[in-house]
Ligand binder design. Structure first.
Ligand SMILES: C[S@@+](CC[C@H](N)C(=O)[O-])C[C@H]1O[C@@H](n2cnc3c(N)ncnc32)[C@H](O)[C@@H]1O
Length: 222
């Protein structure tokens, strides 16, 4: 990854809102409860295999809300791809740097960062959009559409049913967590507004509910 692929803007967040702070501080505290250092690819394995097949040999990938870098950044970096990860949590980024030393990581709020146009062959956004303020999610998707090269792929999980709320002692830990998500139809229309073609849509069950899964592509002629 060259300097030219780095973020071109990241304004200091002097007035971080309470919900974003709750998410950032929550993952600082709950990072290890969410995922251990030695976690395997689990349910991500087929998605990662498909992504690797779709990437060019010198593919560049941005992982938005990369967490501790395991399994996504580690799997892609081990396969020889160039990986950049951003996450709002300092602890997640510290772990990612330790666990995936061949990738580049930056602590940043994805809704506030800017990259140059058309620098990534793929953007991965798994279980992170749903922690961002709802009104900021369509704009981030539009930015992702700009950061992708023509023909580039977005792999994302998103809300299936609209819901915003907080859970105390999430994962049995000492901190609350906050989510905000639209429903599948919202994400469908936001992806289209971002100039991305949805090529595949799925549902990933979790407890009583689940998440929408999208593969979307920037048209090769864009
Ligand atoms: C549920 S975890 C998923 C981590 C990883 N994507 C995975 O699937 O293993 C959500 C991650 O999104 C990050 N996140 C939440 N809001 C964010 C934001 N505004 N900007 C960047 N990262 C964010 C959290 O810190 C957390 O690490």
């Amino acid at each position: 990854m060259t300097v030219a692929d780095g973020p071109v803007g990241f304004p200091a967040d002097e007035d971080e809102d309470d919900r974003t702070r709750l998410v950032r501080e929550g993952y600082d505290v709950l990072s290890y409860r969410y995922r251990g250092d030695d976690a395997d690819e689990g349910g991500y394995a087929p998605w990662l295999a498909t992504l690797k097949d779709r990437l060019p040999a010198d593919g560049r990938v941005l992982d938005v809300g990369c967490g501790c870098g395991v399994p996504v950044a580690r799997s892609l970096a081990d396969a020889g791809f160039t990986v950049r990860g951003i996450d709002i949590s300092e602890t997640q980024i510290e772990r990612a740097r330790r666990l995936v030393p061949t990738a580049l990581f930056m602590q940043a709020d994805a809704t506030r960062i800017a990259f140059a146009d058309e620098v990534f062959d793929a953007v991965v956004c798994l279980y992170s959009l749903i922690h961002m303020r709802l009104e900021k999610q369509p704009k981030l998707l539009r930015h992702i559409g700009q950061w992708l090269r023509p023909g580039g792929w977005l792999l994302a999980t998103a809300g299936s049913q609209a819901w915003t709320g907080t859970e105390e002692n999430w994962l049995g830990g000492p901190a609350p967590m906050w989510w905000s998500q639209g429903d599948t139809a919202d994400y469908r229309s936001w992806l289209r507004e971002a100039g991305l073609e949805i090529t595949e849509e799925g549902f990933v069950p979790e407890g009583d509910g689940g998440h929408a899964l999208f593969w979307a592509r920037k048209p090769a002629w864009a």
